[in-house]
Design a binder for this molecule. Structure first.
Ligand SMILES: [Zn+2]
Ligand SMILES: [Zn+2]
Ligand SMILES: [Zn+2]
Length: 296
């Protein structure tokens, strides 16, 4: 199924997570897309958050049967809204503060039905962006004070961790990779879009090389219409972490794809290519210098 084959912008704008347990409509103005590269959004989406947004009173939840909220222990005033069933990243909001913050809710743009008719307007916390990612020069970087790497910023580390390691937003799932990790590929297919809330940027390694330091909250979602693939998320915070195939060729079942934003910075990786670019969201500008493979 290629969702981008539709031509008319949905009215009202609507969207859902990978499994459709969370679905919504926006009955009012919807904001252009802002990319947030802060370390929390990086860990949670597995890449970075591309967020549109609306007034909270304009957001109509068609289904919130599986909606859960995660409040980071060190910043309980913000809430990450995700699907408990599929791990899809869907919403972000502030609990208490001035009305311009508490009246608003951010929506992960990759969960919107296509075409969105939106464009990417602004990039936040670019100083904390992952090293494997190309920052689009046509998107205005909002260089706020907190947008630059500071002491304690994850990007302040001088060299890649050895062995590479990573964890989800809440830290309950953490892992190390005792072996080779191949460079990052972007997957723009509709499933990865609905799951990460944007698109999947993943590094590949052998499953046998991934060592879990802790992993009790890692849960796997098998889409009803594609039960042979598995999306691994943290049950507590909703972070998108891993993708794998259950049965197939030896090559397929030996590999695992690691959402690169969950890796500790710097990763030392670079982005090698993109797949399913025909299904990429219309609000997103792809890096023109990386190879694009459009598979069926
Ligand atoms: Zn879901
Ligand atoms: Zn953020
Ligand atoms: Zn977690």
């Amino acid at each position: 199924m290629n969702e981008s084959a539709q031509t008319e912008r949905k009215s009202p704008p609507s969207g859902h997570c990978l499994c459709s347990g969370v679905s919504y409509e926006v009955h009012g103005p919807i904001r252009q897309v802002w990319n947030c590269h802060c370390w929390r959004c990086r860990r949670w989406t597995g890449h970075f958050m591309a967020g549109t947004g609306c007034k909270r009173s304009d957001l109509h939840l068609v289904s919130d049967a599986t909606l859960a909220w995660h409040h980071p222990a060190d910043d309980p005033n913000v809430a990450y809204g995700f699907c408990r069933e599929c791990g899809g990243s869907v919403f972000w909001k502030v609990m208490e503060g001035p009305p311009d913050q508490t009246d608003h809710i951010a929506i992960c743009a990759g969960t919107l039905d296509l075409p969105t008719g939106l464009h990417t307007e602004r990039a936040l916390f670019t100083g904390d962006a992952a090293d494997y990612h190309w920052l689009d020069p046509s998107v205005e970087a909002w260089d706020r004070e907190e947008s630059r790497p500071a002491a304690g910023s994850e990007t302040a580390q001088p060299a890649p961790e050895s062995p590479p390691a990573g964890h989800c937003l809440c830290g309950a799932v953490s892992y190390a990779v005792d072996g080779e990790m191949l460079d990052v590929w972007n997957c723009h297919c509709w499933r990865c879009r609905r799951w990460t809330g944007h698109y999947l940027a993943a590094a590949r390694s052998l499953r046998s090389d991934v060592r879990f330091v802790s992993g009790g909250t890692l849960v796997w979602h098998h889409p009803a219409d594609a039960p042979n693939v598995a999306y691994g998320s943290c049950r507590d915070c909703g972070s998108s972490l891993f993708w794998k195939v259950s049965e197939g060729s030896q090559d397929e079942v030996e590999n695992i794809f690691i959402a690169a934003g969950t890796l500790d910075a710097p990763t030392g990786l670079h982005t090698e290519g993109s797949v399913f670019t025909d299904d990429a969201a219309d609000y997103h500008n792809r890096d023109p210098s990386i190879a694009a493979l459009s598979r069926e």
